[in-house]
Ligand binder design. Structure first.
Ligand code: SF4
Length: 279
């Protein structure tokens, strides 16, 4: 399952990442619960969606202008529809698994649905295995306790990001509440700014629940020749990432506040949703 870490990944966290975090902790002013003081305090009284703050495919931020000022929505291509379908399948599979409904099935009827089925079966099998293992190891535990500890994930957890200048309805792909790890799924090759998304979600969790979230994990899922592959980038949500997120939030909020078209970058990615509007 995309949110279960394997043995090597656990060793990396316990023996590499956590000791580094203890030596070089996150400065207090960059914890989400300090949203009311600079530098986290939003400079403009605006609320931006998390994806607009974190996306970097439009180097000038014209996507922000088009969405927030011009009210354009852009056009979804196949890769965006695939990404949405895969996110939806993972979340539904985890929810079914937490109800012990491991027999729940979906039937594919096109290319997107084949990918969805692959990720569904993978998620369900991993959840079932984790549940049965915990059940066997703790035979006197209540059902609820076994589920809560063997599948410890809040999926598509809704949060209010307004304390940090984000939208009031943010959905984090997954939060592992036992290990304090925030997950973000990408159905593409790993983007260069992927860690910005986990950073934004960690800051919002800290602002709401006042618990430290030091570790993020970006899960990249790809499909080729009917085969699914999964890779993970587990990382420390450190001071540099947090400062970078704040800079991006303020840079993009300024575009919206001033309602000034920032212009086009030197080149536009071929899959930009706004190509028909801008070019
Ligand atoms: S088409 Fe180009 S200028 Fe327009 S939003 Fe996309 S990347 Fe930016």
């Amino acid at each position: 399952m995309v949110y279960f870490l394997n043995e090597v990944e656990h060793k990396f966290i316990v023996l590499n990442l956590r000791p580094k975090i203890r030596v070089n902790p996150v400065p207090e002013e960059l914890r989400g619960w300090n949203w009311h003081s600079p530098p986290l305090k939003p400079y403009y009284d605006l609320k931006l969606p998390m994806y607009l703050i974190c996306n970097d495919y439009c180097k000038t931020g014209r996507d922000v202008y088009m969405t927030m000022v011009e009210g354009k929505r852009g056009e979804e291509d196949l890769s965006i529809r695939l990404g949405k379908a895969v996110h939806d399948a993972i979340a539904k599979a985890v929810r079914q698994a937490r109800r012990l409904n491991f027999q729940a099935r979906i039937e594919p009827d096109d290319a997107i649905q084949s990918a969805v089925k692959a990720v569904w079966d993978y998620t369900m099998a991993a959840c079932r295995s984790a549940y049965l293992k915990a059940r066997a190891e703790q035979p006197y535990a209540s059902e609820e306790d076994v589920i809560s500890t063997s599948i410890p994930f809040l999926v598509e957890h809704r949060m209010d990001g307004s304390l940090l200048g984000c939208s009031g309805i943010i959905s984090v792909d997954c939060y592992d509440y036992l290990r304090n790890i925030v997950f973000d799924v990408k159905v593409t090759a790993m983007p260069t700014n992927a860690r910005l998304h986990t950073t934004g979600y960690a800051l919002v969790i800290e602002s709401l629940y006042e618990i430290p979230v030091d570790i993020g994990c970006t899960v990249s899922i790809s499909f080729r020749d009917n085969r699914m592959s999964v890779s993970k980038d587990i990382h420390f949500i450190d001071a540099n990432l947090r400062s970078w997120w704040v800079e991006e939030r303020d840079r993009k909020a300024e575009i919206v506040y001033n309602q000034t078209d920032p212009g086009k970058p030197e080149s536009c990615p071929p899959k930009c949703m706004f190509r028909n509007e801008c070019l």
